[in-house]
Structures are given as C-alpha cells and as structure tokens.
Design a binder for this molecule. Structure first.
Ligand code: SF4
Length: 360
C-alpha cells in the first residue's frame, strides 16, 4: 500500500542516504560492461534492446560485433533486413532486430538522425517501451526518468515490503513513480544503473545476498525476514506443447528447400526447413519415401516445440505440398549445401542443421 501514495507514505524514508549508499556501492562494485563506458544514446539503445530477456555474457560479443558492423544510426538505417537479422542470429527474439531497423529509419527521417532525448519521444520508436525509454533518457541524457526492469521491480518490492503483483502494469506504473521520487536529480544515470545492478547481482530472485547488500539497513522485507517471499508474481501465460514436422526436400541436383517465415510471425524473416503440421508419411501428400533423421526441441517464451525431421522424397516436384509450403512462407529458396550459412537462421534451424549434418 505504500505505493498508493508514495510521496506521502514514504515521507520518513531516508532518500538521500539510500541513494548515497547505493551509488557508492555501485561505483566500487559494478561490473565493467562495454556499454557502461559511453553515453552515446545509440550504443545505449542497442545494448538495452539486446539485454532484453538475454544474459549479459551472451550479449557482450553480439554488442561488440554489432557496433563494429553498424557503428551509428545512419549506417544501420541503410542496412537490409537480411543483414540485420544475420548480425542478430543466435540472440533470439528476432522481432527486436526488426524493430531496431525500423526505429533507425524513423530516427533518420523524423528525428534528424539523432535519438530523441525525452521518454515520450523515445516511446514513439518501435520496440522502445517503458523500461527502454527510461533507460536511454537516464543513462544517455541524464534525465531523472525511471528505468524499471524486472530487477528494479524486485528490489523495490523487497525494500518496501510490498506484495503487489509485479506482473501487473499498474504495479509497474506505481513503482516507476516511486523511483522518480527516489532519483537524486543530479545522479539519475548512476541511481538507475545501481538499482538494476543491485537486482542483478545482490538482490537476486532466489537467495538474495542480504549480508552484502548496501541498502540492507533501509530494507523493510529484510527487517521482517520475508525477502525470499517477495516479489509476488502471478504467472498468466501457460506454456503449450506443439509438434511440427520438418520436411527435408531435395531436388534432382541435390539442392534443398528452405522457407522464410513471414515478417509478422514469430521468428519472422528467418529461414528454416519447411515446418508443417502434417507428418510426411501419407501417399496422399505425394510422399514416395520418408526417413526420420531425428528430432529437436525448442522452447519459445510460451511454446514448447518438438520437431521431427524427415528426409522426404516426393513423387513429383509440382506436388501439392510444395504449394502448401509456398503459401505458408513469405519466400522459398532451393539452396546448395553450405549456402544456408549466408542466410539469417533461427537457433531452432541451427539445431535442425546439426541433426542433419550428424545424420550424413
Ligand atoms: Fe534485497 Fe536483501 Fe538488500 Fe533487501 S537487504 S534489498 S532483500 S538484498
């Protein structure tokens, strides 16, 4: 309830001391990450998008390679979607890469080539939501804006012993308002970064290291011994199982067929062996012969997918199944072995390729 009227209800909270302890700890202990040594808004934007739902260690080499390949907004705005997806390959959640490209074009055309500095304008760009707009405004432009990610939600819930459901948008909004009140106006970037770092390294989801915590003396849940029961997060998305069949089709020259996923679909723009719900065993689909090579599993945010890979021989190349694949994919191509390496492939496709190469 403290967040219902944070100004009033936290009047006795020692804001300055809290910020001083936190920032001092951050200056001493924080990890040296490549995007922390810059206040280039472009570099911060790219790092923040890459870090969404992705571990820091995974992001570092991608970030460095990206900044070499696309060092500024205008270089990026001129790139093709295929180039951008290839550079992103393996990071997952590919929508992020397509949003970055669209946003770069908008920045070039509508904002004179520079990222806007206000949260409101930043939010107009594709892929930039509440957290990322706050992070860019605070880290790059030193605006007293909140950058509330999952780490900060957890720290705030624990420091103030609040049992609101952090999966709710209304909880995030009230925490953002509270963070704005806690930000020392002259140290917006440091304060926000320190809160995030505290959640990432000390106030971790399980077994928070309270003994090492720089704000332990201000933490209500630690005082009550309830820190491990917070935050409350009610899970609304159920994971569902899905089975698909990968049809490995070769033509008479040894080329094989791949399809490009439609850009508005999950993993849009990426190439893969044609995946169908139909098992390739029925003569009705023009299948002469099918041999199962193995299977792979892949988990997306809400889908647990099992794919069975079949080497399939069709009765004729005009088969109805090819038309079905053409309908399902934005584009199809026949590739010679090795050519797939120049296309943006999903992690799922890379797993399938490993199975096929092992079977050869
Ligand atoms: Fe988190 Fe423990 Fe620090 Fe409280 S004292 S903020 S629960 S690490």
């Amino acid at each position: 309830l403290i967040f219902d009227d944070f100004s009033e209800n936290s009047a006795s909270f020692p804001r300055n001391e809290f910020a001083d302890h936190l920032i001092e700890w951050f200056r001493d202990q924080s990890r040296d990450l490549p995007w922390r040594n810059t206040d280039d808004p472009y570099a911060i934007w790219i790092s923040e998008i890459m870090l969404q739902q992705t571990r820091v260690e995974t992001v570092i080499p991608y970030y460095q390679a990206w900044m070499q390949r696309f060092p500024d907004v205008s270089t990026l705005a001129q790139a093709s979607e295929e180039d951008v997806l290839t550079q992103w390959q393996g990071l997952g959640y590919y929508r992020r890469a397509r949003f970055i490209l669209r946003a770069a074009k908008m920045i070039e055309h509508d904002f004179g080539g520079s990222l806007p500095s206000t949260r409101k304008e930043l939010k107009q760009l594709p892929g930039i939501g509440s957290y990322t707009s706050g992070a860019i405004a605070a880290f790059a432009f030193h605006e007293p804006e909140p950058a509330v990610d999952g780490n900060v939600l957890r720290v705030m819930a624990r420091v103030f012993a609040d049992d609101s459901d952090i999966a709710k948008a209304s909880t995030r909004t009230s925490y953002e308002k509270a963070v704005v009140e806690l930000i020392p106006p002259d140290r917006a970037a440091l304060f926000n970064e320190a809160l995030i770092e505290l959640g990432a390294t000390v106030c971790t989801p399980t077994s928070p290291s309270c003994l090492l915590c720089p704000v332990r003396e201000f933490c209500e849940s630690h005082r009550q011994g309830i820190q491990e029961t917070l935050p409350i997060k009610k899970n609304r998305t159920k994971v569902r199982d899905e089975v698909r069949f990968a049809w490995l089709l070769n033509d008479e020259t040894g080329q094989f067929l791949v399809g490009q996923r439609p850009s508005d679909a999950l993993l849009g723009g990426l190439w893969e062996y044609p995946l169908l719900e139909t098992e390739p065993k029925s003569a009705a689909n023009g299948v002469m012969e099918a041999e199962e090579l193995g299977s792979v599993r892949h988990i997306f945010s809400h889908i647990r997918r099992t794919i069975h890979l079949h080497q399939v021989q069709l009765e004729d190349s005009e088969s109805a199944i090819i038309s079905r694949i053409e309908e399902q994919y934005a584009d199809i191509r026949w590739l010679s072995p090795g050519e797939e390496d120049s296309l943006p492939l999903s992690t799922m496709m890379q797993k399938m390729l490993r199975v096929v190469r092992e079977a050869e």
